[in-house]
Design a protein around this ligand. Structure first.
Ligand code: TRP
Length: 332
């Protein structure tokens, strides 16, 4: 079994793009890989967060993972701040990363361009090093991430190689597992089919949350933008309908050609009606389970405690080796 590590921030809302592109695919992955799922609250506070909201979102995200079918007996699901080794390894790796490398990260460039340099926290600047620590602590072989995280994975490998050059065979070099256009359906914003559905996009109507109640789901499907013409076909010049076809195909488990054939000659309105129903049904089991779980927050907390213990058992081994190699005196 390959060790696979995935991190997700407890901010914003989990939407259809996250669910279809990542979360849902983790469920079968549990049969073949040794999966570690980390809710990265230390990363979340690199931007200002309201404490009570952060706490609630952390619990909610755990409930969504569990509701989606992450099995805490087979996988490790935990909260980053519950395993202090993440912060500790990040410190060590900071001493093996240059300021120049961090300045070249495009995400910080984008964020600081938007925010003005003076208000960017040192934590945000250092975000990629903490991410490297997350990955390297668990001797991770594969990291499923979106294309936007490619550069962070490269930095992780560079830092690991630099450390290994000094102290051989310390870290496993992780590979980024970035879904290809064909393999991992990219779900686009319902209001702007040129843009990926995104937590941070300023498009509440175009972002379908996995927890949206049926009436909201129906409304978002009905108000989704469509392309000119009226054919229901999957084609490059029809990004909006292609996106809706993708969602319908995944929600019903039917192939796109099959659906195209069925709706040939029918209009967008009719297709949107069946899509809305299919989406409601597709998300219903997750939503029911999510509600049940949230009714017992103590149980979620218990599962997260167990997850943190499993994670720590792995993390302490790596950190102890690193501490020994860099020359820290043993606690005895
Ligand atoms: N930076 C990732 C994102 O925004 C989240 C993340 C933090 C992560 N640590 C990670 C992803 C480790 C993969 C591995 O999507």
């Amino acid at each position: 079994m390959a060790r696979v590590f995935s991190g997700i921030q407890p901010t914003g809302e989990i939407h259809l793009g996250n669910y279809i592109g990542a979360l849902r695919r983790f469920v079968p992955a549990q049969d073949v890989d040794d999966c570690v799922f980390c809710i990265v609250d230390l990363h979340a506070i690199t931007l200002p967060q309201d404490p009570e909201t952060l706490r609630a979102k952390t619990l909610d995200l755990a409930a969504i993972y569990l509701a989606a079918g992450i099995d805490p007996n087979r996988s490790t699901l935990f909260v980053q701040s519950h395993v202090h080794e993440h912060a500790e390894l990040a410190w060590i790796l900071n001493c093996f990363t240059t300021v120049g490398e961090l300045r070249r990260m495009t995400q910080i460039k984008d964020k600081s361009a938007r925010q003005e340099d003076v208000s960017v926290s040192a934590g945000l600047f250092d975000y990629p090093v903490l991410m490297a620590a997350d990955i390297l602590l668990y001797r991770t072989e594969r990291v499923p991430v979106g294309d936007d995280q490619r550069q962070h994975l490269e930095l992780t490998r560079d830092v690991a190689m630099r450390f290994n050059a000094r102290f051989p065979d310390t870290f496993v070099l992780p590979e980024a597992d970035i879904p290809t256009a064909e393999g991992g359906a990219r779900i686009m914003d319902f209001q702007n089919p040129e843009a990926k559905m995104s937590k941070s996009a300023d498009s509440p109507q175009g972002t379908v949350k996995v927890t949206d109640p049926p009436d909201v789901l129906r409304r978002k499907v009905k108000s989704a933008v469509t392309d000119s013409g009226r054919e229901i076909v999957f084609r490059e010049d029809k990004p909006a309908i292609s996106n809706l076809l993708t969602v319908y195909s995944i929600a019903t488990g039917r192939s796109i050609p099959e659906v195209e054939a069925e709706y040939a000659g029918k209009g967008y309105g009719e297709f949107k009606d069946v899509l809305a129903d299919a989406l409601v049904e597709f998300l219903r089991p997750l939503q029911e389970r999510h509600r049940e779980l949230l009714a017992d927050p103590g149980e979620i907390a218990r599962l997260l405690r167990v997850g943190a213990e499993k994670a720590r058992a792995l993390a302490t081994v790596t950190l102890a080796e690193v501490y020994e190699r860099v020359g820290f005196l043993s606690r005895g």
